[in-house]
Design a protein around this ligand. Structure first.
Ligand code: PBE
Length: 292
């Protein structure tokens, strides 16, 4: 049984009781007034920079942008030493399975509330590849499904984890391809991101499209490139668009040049994340530099 991330956050005490100012100042120093971030081109990175601008208490704070692997290594190290750390993260993710973590509340809602993942295609795919389009339109699953694959993929590769998931969820997959004609080896180019959430979804939809005869290639790129590739018709489709907030500003750039096939998953979340032992609940509880 998987213990899933509680996506509805409970408003907790805000740490304003007597004596906590000193503790908060110490927390700021321990964190070196730094949020441990990830790839600068991600939606999260862009929105995290806006968080720093929007919250008065974060004036002078920095985001250390690196890679997801670097960020998760820093998380592992902090946890092994029981030190505080704030990372920029998202759910579903296996880290919620391997560590006790919590999202910090974001009262200004800069990082977005509970979100959806959309499937998008290049304009014209519906006419050019109606069979693929029909399957992509029906593709719909849950955060639990994706999390199952991400956790399985800690031990096996994503292809095997996705095959396992498909075998265990045959009737769901059948409902996506039911009534759709087979094709004869047509090439289909999917675009995706180099993050585990998207490794899971792209692998699953590729295997399913291959079942009905497509020759599928998945190319992993940065969000800016992904939307450009779809808008110019270089790529056929993606199942990886986090909306309305995480990648909203990328989509806005290409208003009529993308075909939004709708939501394939609901209930994702992006935010600042801390180990549960870090005694704060909200981004507003991060101490300002002037509290030193
Ligand atoms: N993510 C995972 C990406 C999309 C998928 C939330 C880290 C981002 O653009 O931030």
């Amino acid at each position: 049984m998987l213990s899933l991330v509680p996506l509805t956050l409970v408003i907790g005490a805000c740490g304003n009781e007597e004596g906590s100012n000193q503790e908060e100042a110490n927390l700021g120093e321990q964190l070196d007034y730094t949020i441990t971030g990830m790839e600068p081109g991600s939606g999260i990175a862009e929105n995290s920079r806006q968080v720093l601008d929007a919250y008065d208490n974060l004036e002078g704070w920095e985001i250390k942008e690196s890679s997801t692997a670097g960020m998760l290594a820093a998380l592992d190290q902090a946890i092994s030493r029981e030190e505080p750390i704030v990372i920029t993260g998202w759910a579903p993710h296996f880290v919620f399975e391997t560590h006790d973590l919590k999202f910090l509340e974001d009262p200004q809602n800069i990082l977005g509330d509970v979100e959806d993942i959309h499937t998008m295609a290049r304009v014209g795919l519906a006419e050019d590849m109606p069979e693929a389009y029909a399957v992509l339109e029906k593709f719909s699953w849950t955060v639990e499904d994706m999390q199952t694959i991400m956790v399985d993929a800690l031990d096996v590769d994503f292809e095997e984890a996705s095959q396992n998931w498909i075998a265990d969820n045959r009737s769901v997959v059948d409902s996506w391809i039911e009534g759709v004609d087979d094709v004869d080896g047509e090439s289909l180019g999917l675009v995706s991101f180099p993050w585990d959430t998207e490794r899971a979804s792209s692998q699953v939809i590729s295997l399913v499209l291959e079942e009905i005869g497509y020759d599928v290639t998945v190319t992993n790129v940065d969000p800016a490139i992904l939307f450009q590739a779809l808008a110019t018709g270089e790529a056929d489709a993606t199942v990886s668009v986090w909306l309305p907030t995480t990648q909203g500003f990328f989509v806005d750039e290409y208003e009529n040049e993308l075909d939004d096939l709708g939501v394939n998953m609901t209930g994702t979340q992006v935010g600042f994340i801390v180990p549960k032992y870090v005694d704060i609940d909200s981004i507003e509880d991060l101490p300002g530099l002037d509290q030193q």
